[in-house]
Design a protein around this ligand. Structure first.
Ligand code: GRF
Length: 196
């Protein structure tokens, strides 16, 4: 059975989708939910599901990213995870952290990568007049939002869409795509998942 640590910074809806999916014949189980934001909504949701939680507040380390990440690594490794799933974890990670978990760390990004790396993905898709948008699950490498893509889900961009409306439509697909990719990844299968 693979052990999965989930890193969050906010409400944790993807974390809940992942944790709920890891049941029955799923090859993995959640062993930790960690946030860099004390009081993040996802922490209470994880505790309600009986998953251990931890907080490592990046602000305690000011601009010393190495010190923050060293503390992050030592806290996470107390739970000996096989896989890390970044789920709305809003810190840019350095090679110190990425190399330590190389080949076993996933992230979900709300665009059809390689389009729209970074922030404000939905506003950028609407501004570009794209007919479709979506989300991607990729392996985390030193290239921000640039690692190998393991899954993608597409949704239409509707006329009159606001970034918020599009984000809500994409989030629904995120909650299907991320669990589907994690199930394959935990079984050692990196075949691309495409939805719908
Ligand atoms: C998601 O849209 C994810 O793609 C992005 O941040 C958001 C996190 O949402 N990186 P939640 O905390 O999982 O609800």
């Amino acid at each position: 059975m693979k052990r999965v640590a989930i890193l969050i910074s906010g409400g944790g809806s993807n974390m809940v989708a992942l944790a709920e999916s890891m049941a029955g014949d799923h090859p993995a189980r959640p062993v930790l939910v960690l946030s860099n934001v004390p009081g993040a909504g996802g922490l209470a949701r994880a505790e309600a599901m009986g998953i251990p939680t931890e907080v490592v507040d990046h602000r305690d380390f000011k601009s010393d990213r190495q010190a923050f990440e060293s503390e992050l690594i030592s806290k996470i490794d107390e739970y000996a995870p096989d896989i890390l799933a970044l789920a709305g974890f809003m810190r840019i990670l350095t090679p110190l952290f990425i190399d330590h978990y190389a080949g076993r760390m996933l992230n979900i990004h709300p665009s059809l990568l390689p389009k729209y790396r970074g922030l404000d993905t939905h506003a950028r898709a609407i501004a570009a007049g794209d007919a479709e948008a979506g989300c991607s699950v990729h392996e985390v490498t030193a290239e921000l939002d640039g690692g190998p893509i393991l899954g993608q889900a597409r949704v239409p961009v509707l006329s009159g869409d606001t970034p918020e409306a599009l984000a809500a439509r994409v989030l629904t697909m995120e909650h299907r795509l991320y669990p589907a990719v994690l199930r394959r990844f935990a079984a050692g299968d990196r075949t691309l998942v495409t939805l719908p």
